[in-house]
Ligand binder design. Structure first.
Ligand code: BG6
Length: 293
């Protein structure tokens, strides 16, 4: 089907009422709702749904370059290319009961893309809604070129939160990180779980496979599990940067936090014929007294 701006979207639904929406533009998840119809991902009210601008929110895919760490445009080109439905997806393993899923593919072929990164690759993305409404994303990058290539990547996940002052992140304390706000210098996180009082833009290195994003106000925890993506970026632009972004509301920094499973510090190199795989799965847990039962 189409969104309000005429862009193609695929909607996944599960019997309990969870749903997800994926834009073919960017191969980007742009909505994930729970069984109460509440939106779990942040999408800016100022987001521009018009190529070549990347959609501000949901889960953009950074590929083949995270940030401006190389010669390609910021966060790579995958987020502003039109992906296709994969005509040859891998069969689902029989032990998986993710019944609602979609397989997308991005291939080289576009002249524009070749100019920036002249390798032949196939990027396959599977988006699933699991048996408890969990959102799964599996990325598979295959080198179909005759020479090796190297990339960095991230699932740039924008979580929706009640208020940034109510948010705590567990799983990253005591880790080393590169601070994007201080020339990517390396520091070690001190003390407790992370809370937010100012702009943050950090690349946590070699993180555990599980990170919790706790929203005290909503008594909701996002449990993020990841595989093949050792790093995790945490980003909130705060007030000044929010005002500087045209596709982001001045106050919206209060209602979002990006936690982005990534492979950045150690770029991935694939030889001809090789494939890399990375996954994230996000689920929600509510404290019992939130449910109103
Ligand atoms: C984050 C980066 O992942 O994305 C930040 O760490 C960057 O440095 C942010 O500002 C948003 O990037 P963009 O290109 O979507 O405005």
């Amino acid at each position: 089907s189409k969104d309000a701006n005429g862009l193609d979207v695929v909607i996944l639904k599960d019997p309990r009422g969870f749903s997800a929406q994926v834009h073919l533009y960017g191969g980007q998840v742009t909505s994930w709702k729970n069984d109460r119809g509440e939106e779990l991902l942040f999408v800016s009210s100022k987001a521009v749904f018009k190529p070549p601008k990347a959609i501000r929110g949901g889960i953009p895919i950074c590929f083949p370059q995270f940030s401006n760490l190389g010669s390609i445009e910021q966060h790579g080109f995958a987020r502003n290319k039109l992906w296709s439905i994969d005509p040859n997806p891998l069969p689902l393993p029989t032990n998986i009961d993710d019944k609602a899923f979609i397989d997308l593919i991005l291939k080289v072929g576009d002249e524009d893309m070749a100019k920036m990164w002249s390798y032949s690759f196939e990027f396959r993305l599977r988006v699933t809604l699991g048996p408890h409404g969990e959102l799964g994303m599996t990325a598979r990058v295959r080198n179909i070129d005759s020479k090796p290539f190297t990339f960095t990547t991230a699932f740039h996940t924008y979580f929706s939160v009640s208020d940034i002052s109510e948010v705590r992140i567990e799983g990253l304390e005591t880790l080393d990180y590169l601070d994007n706000l201080q020339n990517r210098e390396r520091f070690t996180e001190q003390g407790d779980a992370l809370t937010f009082e100012t702009e943050v833009d950090k690349i946590y290195l070699n993180t555990p496979t599980k990170i919790a994003i706790i929203d005290h106000e909503l008594k909701r925890t996002f449990v993020l599990k990841k595989d093949g993506l050792p790093d995790a970026v945490v980003w909130n632009p705060w007030e000044r940067k929010a005002k500087a972004m045209v596709d982001f509301g001045d106050d919206e920094y209060k209602y979002m936090i990006c936690v982005e499973p990534a492979a950045i510090e150690k770029p991935i190199t694939l030889k001809p014929g090789e494939e890399w795989k990375g996954r994230q799965k996000i689920s929600t847990v509510y404290s019992s007294y939130h449910s109103g039962q």
